[in-house]
Design a protein around this ligand. Structure first.
Ligand code: F6P
Length: 328
């Protein structure tokens, strides 16, 4: 390893995601393995600004690999968007003699990291942690797999009551502007239709599809709607619209909300977070900076922050085809 990095800092930022703790553990322990120190920064960039820093050794991250949320806490920090905020943050970095930073978060967090790096030339490495899976440069973000499993678990339960009452349920799932959660969980839970921002199916087609379902003998149905869907109506308005046009349906709405961000991470997310944490530290020590670690074809890769932020994590069109075929 070729740099003079002796102490790194680690923080979690933006919306929390299951598996962030496993990533923190991996960063702290990799630092110990490579005989450098690790400072834990609490509450994301806000903690850098407010000097909430504590040294962390390998034992400090015992028993967290299975825990949801983030022991470091997280924040969406508006102050870090200002020059003054970033100046304070850098003062904390200097005070604690931190010479490399690992940021676990989503694209907003990486935008902040990129600006910070360019202003103060501090080496920064990103680890993608968000349930939305909306980051270019990795096929999976930490937390996405757990969120998918949480969503299908919830929809399975909704299905029980939907069948019992012959009802049509509209289930809204998270994902911000991306439809990854909706599409994958929709297929996994056997949804009737999936509405995602990337593919505006239009409400007329939804009505046609529901009419066909009714005619084909289906007595209950689940429609999954991504929160970022572009139909122009929110989930309650869509439900009302369908109820008005297809009065034979008894319609209910369920917004899954923040439960999708909680819970113990799946094995997939724990392994992913562990690999990413190790690779992030090794990359910093190898002199890399301003990059995000990612997973591609089972291998760890690096992408420049700029690409990770600006690139689009495309929806797999084949999943749309599969979903259409299976809802016959
Ligand atoms: O980015 C993760 C996410 O859970 C999105 O799916 C959702 O749109 C957003 O965060 C909600 O953010 P907050 O918890 O700040 O309301």
């Amino acid at each position: 390893m070729s740099t003079n990095i002796k102490r790194i800092g680690v923080l979690t930022s933006g919306g929390d995601a299951p598996g962030m703790n496993a990533a923190v553990r991996a960063v702290v322990r990799s630092a110990a393995f490579y005989k450098i120190e690790c400072a834990a920064i609490y509450q994301g960039y806000q903690g850098l600004i407010d000097n909430k820093v504590k040294m962390m050794n390998a034992r400090g991250v015992n028993n967290i690999i299975n825990k949801g949320g983030t022991i470091l806490k997280s924040a969406r920090c508006l102050e870090f968007r200002t020059k003054e905020g970033r100046k304070k943050a850098f003062e904390t970095i200097q005070k604690h003699q931190i010479d490399g930073l690992v940021v676990i978060g989503g694209d907003g967090s990486f935008t902040g990291a990129m600006i910070f790096q360019s202003e103060y030339n501090i080496p920064v490495m990103g680890i993608p942690g968000t349930i939305d899976n909306d980051i270019y440069g990795t096929t999976h973000t930490i937390g996405y797999d757990t969120a998918l499993n949480t969503v299908i678990g919830a929809i399975d339960k909704i299905r029980d009551t939907a069948i019992s009452h012959n009802r049509l349920f509209f289930v809204e799932v998270m994902g911000r502007d991306a439809g990854h959660i909706a599409l994958n969980a929709g297929i996994g839970a056997g949804a009737e239709e999936v509405l995602i921002p990337e593919e505006n199916m239009g409400l007329e087609r939804l009505l046609e599809s529901l009419k066909r379902s009714e005619k084909s003998g289906k007595s209950s149905s689940i429609v999954v709607i991504a929160e970022g869907d572009k139909s122009g109506k929110n989930v309650f308005e869509i439900a009302e619209y369908v109820e008005k046009n297809l009065p034979y349906y008894d319609v209910r709405v369920s917004v899954l909300g923040h439960m999708q961000r909680g819970g113990s991470p799946t094995c997939f997310d724990r392994v992913l977070a562990s690999r990413m944490g190790v690779f992030a530290v090794e990359s910093l020590l190898a002199g890399k900076s301003n990059m995000m670690v990612g997973l591609k074809n089972e291998e760890m890769i690096l992408s420049p922050f700029e690409k990770a932020i600006k690139g689009k994590s495309e929806i797999n069109k084949d999943l749309i085809r599969v979903s259409d075929i299976l809802t016959i």
